[in-house]
Design a protein around this ligand. Structure first.
Ligand code: ATP
Ligand code: MG
Ligand code: FE
Length: 356
């Protein structure tokens, strides 16, 4: 099976070709990503109109490049997989329309892929994980703990009730005068800071539910910054270090509970259970260290796919299409519509009402 994947849900335009041969070996034949970071950084965040236009301008050429690098033509692919949600509707329209047009013209089936499903299944491509496993998605738009039971079988165990974690990093950076995107800047400053100087809140820590909340943390950072303004570089470093420590402690508590629940629902089967991390925040070394230690302590395998496949890419979309096709799932009709909100598990809407 060989699939062409297309991703346009946020601020990365991406195309990729992935294949799985008869023996079950998988290969990434090409992986092309164009980040729009430069277009958006002046605004301190992603501007939907700019994103949609940039996708239109770049996508056709990126797809050609992905096919060329894979050394295949459209005749050689078995299906097209395009992200159809959740995300910014303008970008989703561009990618899905293009996917439909190619599918129609080349006479190939189309799979409309949930972006979160792409993140959820990536570890099976990179690390050959078998079901079930837990996945923590921490990006600019999402903070979710998901039980991955099988292809198409996902349970959302926890989600943020306000800001996403990447968003909390970005907002914290902004109010400290650090550049966008905030995550890398905060992490860099935190290295020279004193994590014990500020005692920032750890929202929901100790609660039985597995949700997250980060807006109170951001408010506390703002308050601390106002209290000691004007800020020296050392002040900023101390705030960043204290912020990161609070995040770290919060994840330790929340995810620790998730691992316990997993062990209760899936008593040892011989194979070591696994926690997978995905999303841009997974680049953060302190948070990675925290999760690694937590997994070691609980007898879990900690799986962090290469960063390029943790952030937005089209390999994961092609791979999700391939997994679906391999299970015999029917392709989508060519009138399938993009969905800006699209929770991964169908019950999610009734659970809490945050589709992000
Ligand atoms: P989504 O995938 O949810 O639609 P997105 O494009 O914002 O949205 P990613 O590209 O996966 O998500 O991740 C970007 C986010 O990751 C930003 O919020 C950024 O600040 C954060 N981030 C990147 N590097 C780090 C780091 N070293 N520490 C913390 N956060 C980081
Ligand atoms: Mg992104
Ligand atoms: Fe993403």
């Amino acid at each position: 099976l060989r699939i062409l994947g297309i991703e346009t849900s946020c601020d990365e335009t991406a195309a990729a070709v992935v294949e799985r041969d008869a023996e079950g070996h998988s290969n990434v034949l090409s992986d092309v990503v164009l980040s729009q970071l430069d277009e958006h950084s002046a605004y301190g965040g992603v501007v939907p109109e700019i994103a949609a236009r940039a996708h239109v301008e770049a996508l056709d050429e990126l797809i050609e490049e992905a096919l060329a690098r894979a050394n295949v033509s459209l005749d050689d692919v078995d299906a097209i997989a395009a992200t159809s949600g959740p995300g910014l509707i303008g970008g989703l329209l561009v990618g899905l329309m293009t996917g439909k047009a190619i599918a129609r013209a080349a006479g190939k089936p189309l799979y409309a892929i949930n972006h979160l499903e792409g993140h959820a299944l990536t570890a099976r491509l990179t690390d050959g994980l078998s079901f079930p496993y837990l996945m923590l998605l921490v990006s600019g738009g999402h903070t979710q703990l998901i039980l991955v039971r099988g292809v198409g079988q996902y349970e959302r165990w926890g989600t943020t009730i306000d800001d996403a974690l990447g968003e909390a990093f970005d907002k914290t950076a902004k109010l400290l005068g650090l550049p966008y995107p905030g995550g890398p800047a905060v992490e860099r400053m935190a290295r020279d800071g004193n994590p014990a100087r500020f005692d920032f809140p750890r929202p929901l820590v100790g609660e039985a539910r597995l949700d997250f909340s980060f807006s109170g943390l951001k408010t506390a950072v703002r308050q601390a910054a106002q209290d000691i303004a004007p800020l020296s570089d050392q002040d900023v470093a101390d705030i960043c270090a204290s912020f990161q420590k609070a995040v770290s402690r919060t994840l330790k508590d929340r995810i620790g509970r998730g691992l316990q629940r997993f062990k209760t629902e899936f008593p040892a089967t011989g194979e070591k259970p696994a926690l997978v991390v995905a999303g841009g925040v997974a680049a953060n070394l302190e948070l990675r260290g925290t999760l690694q230690a937590l997994c070691d302590k609980n007898g879990f395998r900690f799986v962090a796919p290469p960063l390029r496949l943790c952030t937005d890419n089209a390999v994961m979309i092609a791979w999700a299409g391939l997994e679906r096709m391999a299970t015999g799932a029917a392709p989508d009709a060519l009138d399938v519509q993009p969905r800006s909100r699209w929770p991964l598990d169908s019950n999610a809407e009734t659970l809490i009402g945050f589709g992000k």
